[in-house]
Design a protein around this ligand. Structure first.
Ligand code: NAD
Length: 430
């Protein structure tokens, strides 16, 4: 399997060079500060013990404590976690959050666990990481196949170990356990808002925008729902098992209802797939990505679009809801073709922005109203989008991704130099 981390580093080096960032900074950002790798034991329902490889990467803490989700997936590896943590570093800087980047994960297929096994796995992960994470050190959150309930178990485990209440140790919690209103929908809402900013710049009507969405989980569903409610025409949706298509437009509420109706009582995961719906035509994963649409929304995993299938992509715009859905090589090809890509480091930053709001509310002990959360999210994203847009339009031959990276890297460069560079110390000695 190609290394996602090497791909992420190559992209960083290329974009750092094109925005005249010091090579020393790029060199230091090309490696994580620390990655903890552990085997965590879980007592299974049949009385046996199983071990799972688990990771937490603290990539950079220049701007503040590390921040990033925890993924439960069979393909989780140290390589993947480090790439995701690098992207979190850039994302937090793009959004001007007082956070560095981090990420965690467990190599497991959680759909095969009972709810009790899932709880024991979540608690075992936190036991292994309890000295590594903390409200002012490294703050995890949900990611693929983890959710608010898992965050609640982890918060509880951390507090049992530390013998004190520490709600700010983790975000994406249930609202009744210190979570923020609006966190559940935040990644999808943020992706919808930045797509709306693009639409208004391009002067198109929502009804004229056909959309294909890859991934119908937290991020993909919430984005699909807002696009659907606002008049966009959703013609294709996929999940891990398959995809559905309707030229006349799918009803997102019906697709969601169908998927949810198959959720098994014993599990946190849906047993069925969107492609089992009898209302719509079933198509393959490859066909979904290749649909003739105005907007493609990859909202599943990394490397959905690579040099192997990039020639099939017909979408004019892509909103990267997943992290790293387009490989660096495919990205260059799409840029040359004129595809407008709202990069992941901005497009999915709604999640970490509202996680930051949750952390602020936990620290203040004062919850905000939903309208305040939504308004502040919109304000933050509008500022980041406009800065990125302006930079791109003032520079020659620059993608929105290069513009977003330029902003983030300049911010990191400034803060690192304020913290004391080699040049600074030699000046003092002179
Ligand atoms: P999730 O677990 O809620 O959903 C994942 C979805 O992807 C599921 O519908 C699954 O069936 C689908 N999927 C998996 N493999 C697929 C494939 N090959 N083709 C089509 N669909 C596939 O996860 P999520 O939280 O929605 O995360 C999705 C992406 O968004 C990830 O890249 C994640 O890192 C990113 N993201 C999530 C958040 C967040 O707050 N949840 C924040 C920022 C970024």
């Amino acid at each position: 399997m190609p290394s996602v981390f090497s791909d992420a580093r190559q992209r960083l080096q290329k974009l750092g060079k094109s925005s005249a960032i010091s090579p020393q900074l790029i060199d230091s950002l090309s490696r994580p500060k620390a990655t903890l790798c552990v085997s965590i034991p879980v007592l299974m329902d049949d009385g046996s013990a199983q071990y799972f490889e688990a990771y937490r990467c603290q990539y950079s803490s220049h701007l503040g404590p590390c921040k990033g989700g925890i993924r439960f997936h069979p393909n989780v590896s140290q390589d993947e976690v480090q790439a995701l943590a690098l992207w979190m570093t850039i994302k937090c800087a793009v959004a001007d959050l007082p956070y560095g980047g981090g990420k965690g994960g467990v190599c497991v297929n959680p759909k095969k666990l009972s709810r009790m096994e899932l709880e024991r796995l979540s608690r075992s992960y936190m036991r292994a990481m309890a000295d590594f994470v903390g409200p002012d050190k490294d703050i995890p959150a949900p990611d693929v196949y983890t959710n608010a309930r898992i965050m609640a178990w982890m918060r509880d485990e951390f507090e049992v170990i530390n013998r004190q209440k520490q709600p700010a140790v983790i975000t994406g919690k249930p609202v009744d356990m210190g979570g923020s209103l609006g966190r559940e929908e935040a990644t999808g809402r943020g992706a919808f808002l930045v797509t709306e900013f693009l639409r208004s710049k391009e002067g198109k009507a929502p009804e004229d925008i056909r959309v294909a969405i890859q991934g119908f989980g937290n991020a993909g569903y919430n984005m699909a729902k807002l696009l659907f409610d606002n008049g966009y025409k959703i013609v294709g949706i996929s999940d891990s098992k398959g995809a559905i298509f309707d030229e006349a437009g799918l009803n997102v509420d019906d697709v969601k209802l169908f998927k949810e109706s198959q959720r098994s009582f014993n599990s946190d995961y849906c047993a069925s797939s969107v492609c089992e719906s009898e209302t719509y035509k079933s198509i393959s994963h490859e066909e979904l990505l290749a649909l003739d649409v105005e907007l493609l929304v990859p909202a599943a995993l990394e490397n959905a679009i690579t040099k192997d299938n990039v020639k099939d992509i017909k979408a004019k715009w892509i909103t990267e809801v997943a992290n790293g859905p387009i490989s660096a090589e495919a990205d260059e090809i799409l840029f040359k073709k004129g595809t407008v890509i709202i990069p992941d480091v901005l497009a999915n930053s709604g999640g970490v922005i509202v996680s930051y709001f949750e952390w602020v509310q936990n620290k203040a002990g004062y919850p905000w109203k939903l309208d305040d959360v939504r308004q502040r999210l919109q304000d933050k994203l509008k500022t980041s989008f406009d800065e990125m847009w302006q930079y791109q339009h003032q520079s020659e031959n620059t993608s929105l991704r290069s513009a977003a990276y330029a902003k983030a890297l300049k911010k990191l460069e400034k803060v690192i130099s304020l913290q004391g560079t080699k040049e600074y110390f030699s000046n003092v000695e002179n």
